[in-house]
Design a protein around this ligand. Structure first.
Ligand SMILES: Cc1cc2nc3c(=O)[nH]c(=O)nc-3n(C[C@H](O)[C@H](O)[C@H](O)COP(=O)(O)OP(=O)(O)OC[C@H]3O[C@@H](n4cnc5c(N)ncnc54)[C@H](O)[C@@H]3O)c2cc1C
Length: 356
């Protein structure tokens, strides 16, 4: 055991993967995060639809590793003095900080969105609201990307008596290959989901969305149009991009503070031949794992990454596994039906295991 103290803030896919591996190097490691169980964001659409999602405790993920979990929220960072302040009154001094505070739903300054819409983070509340509704109604999911599609498909399948709509500024699933997009549309159509494409939402009220094409009635609104990173990186003085992600070097070290590593959605990672990595579990976990191994002295080279697939669940019976090139561009190949469903389920179930 060395006297070095590594503090990891955030216990998502990136933070946990970093903490469990960093602990193998002999340093003292403290993980700071408010929750006692893995948030497991990639299954929040299932939670929204009322399904019981197994979420391991943080203690279970950390078992047998010399990592202390401080259940608290970070309120402030003193990067010059190497200190982390928490809402429970503790102040932690660190030699190395791993910043992994992730991202959250962005309301994009749309009037009424924060007041009237649910985000994926409030999935359990949304599920109760649907179950407690006296009569079935209309739920509008705003956003036609992967998160919006997964939410809409899951809600439509679990609640066939509700009318589910997707309202999207562009084309629904527009970033997939032609075949991938066609499959998504076919499944959504089979589930009775109505698409309002190229329809930007300008305001949200208690019973409708205002759009450039006119009002869209909605008893419930789910906002899945955009993500934003935690503001603490910028507030603390780390070098950040225009969207607040920390600028890092090829070892995922902050370019302004080399004693701070940044991983997951919080980091703006630009790789040769790929460009800026997407905010995703698929990129967050490998980043955390790499920094953990780096800090434990198990690797010295730069961070490397290659994309392989994009997987989308479309309810419990269908899925899309979209094959992609190493740089995230689309191949035409897709896997659907039972094999697609099985592949997606295997990947999702493997994620908690990959955190150690
Ligand atoms: C419904 C849904 C489905 C998704 N599906 C997929 C998918 O299929 N594939 C994929 O690759 N990606 C998917 N994503 C995206 C993926 O979930 C995120 O990109 C991923 O969670 C980022 O991981 P992270 O570790 O960087 O941060 P997060 O998972 O956001 O974790 C952040 C951590 O920081 C903690 N934290 C926040 N604030 C503080 C604070 N002040 N102090 C201390 N701790 C704090 C949080 O509690 C949490 O522990 C999906 C997202 C959603 C919402």
């Amino acid at each position: 055991m060395t006297s070095k103290h590594i503090v990891v803030i955030g216990a998502g896919y990136a933070g946990l993967s970093a903490a469990t591996r960093a602990g193998r190097g002999g340093a003292r490691v403290t993980l700071v995060a408010p929750e006692s169980r893995l948030l497991h964001r990639i299954r929040l659409h299932e939670t929204a639809a009322g399904r019981e999602v197994p979420r391991p405790t943080i203690a279970h993920v950390l078992r047998g590793r010399p990592v202390t979990h401080l259940q608290a929220r970070v309120t402030e960072l003193d990067l010059a003095g190497r200190k982390v302040f928490t809402d429970t009154g503790e102040t932690l001094a660190y030699d190395t900080l791993v910043y992994a505070l992730g991202s959250r739903t962005s309301w994009q300054d749309v009037p009424g969105a924060a007041e009237h819409a649910y985000s994926a983070e409030r999935a359990a509340e949304l599920s109760r609201r649907i179950q407690d509704a006296p009569v079935p109604g209309t739920v509008a999911v705003v956003g036609g990307g992967a998160t919006g599609i997964e939410l809409a498909a899951e809600l439509a399948e679990a609640h066939p008596d509700w009318q589910v709509r997707i309202v999207a500024a562009g084309a629904v699933g527009g970033h997939f290959s032609e075949r991938g997009r066609a499959h998504v549309r076919k499944v959504l159509d089979g589930l009775g989901v109505t698409l309002h494409e190229h329809t930007a939402v300008t305001a949200v009220t208690a019973d409708r969305l205002e759009t450039a094409a006119g009002p869209v009635p909605a008893d419930l609104v789910v906002w899945a149009a955009s993500l934003e990173v935690h503001p603490l990186a910028a507030e603390a003085g780390l070098a950040v991009t225009a969207n607040g992600q920390a600028v890092v070097d090829d070892h995922l070290r902050s370019v302004s503070h080399p004693d701070v590593h940044v991983v997951g959605d919080a980091a703006a990672v630009v790789l040769p031949g790929i460009g800026r990595l997407r905010m995703a579990c698929a990129t967050a976990q490998p980043m955390g794992s790499y920094v953990g191994r780096l800090l434990a002295g198990r690797t010295t080279g730069p961070f490397k990454y290659r994309y392989a697939t994009q997987c989308l669940s479309l309810g419990r019976r269908e899925a899309l596994v979209q094959l992609i090139h190493a740089d995230d561009s689309m191949r035409q190949g897709i896997i659907t039906g039972p094999l697609g469903r099985l592949t997606k389920a295997l990947i999702v179930n493997a994620v908690p295991l990959s955190l150690r």
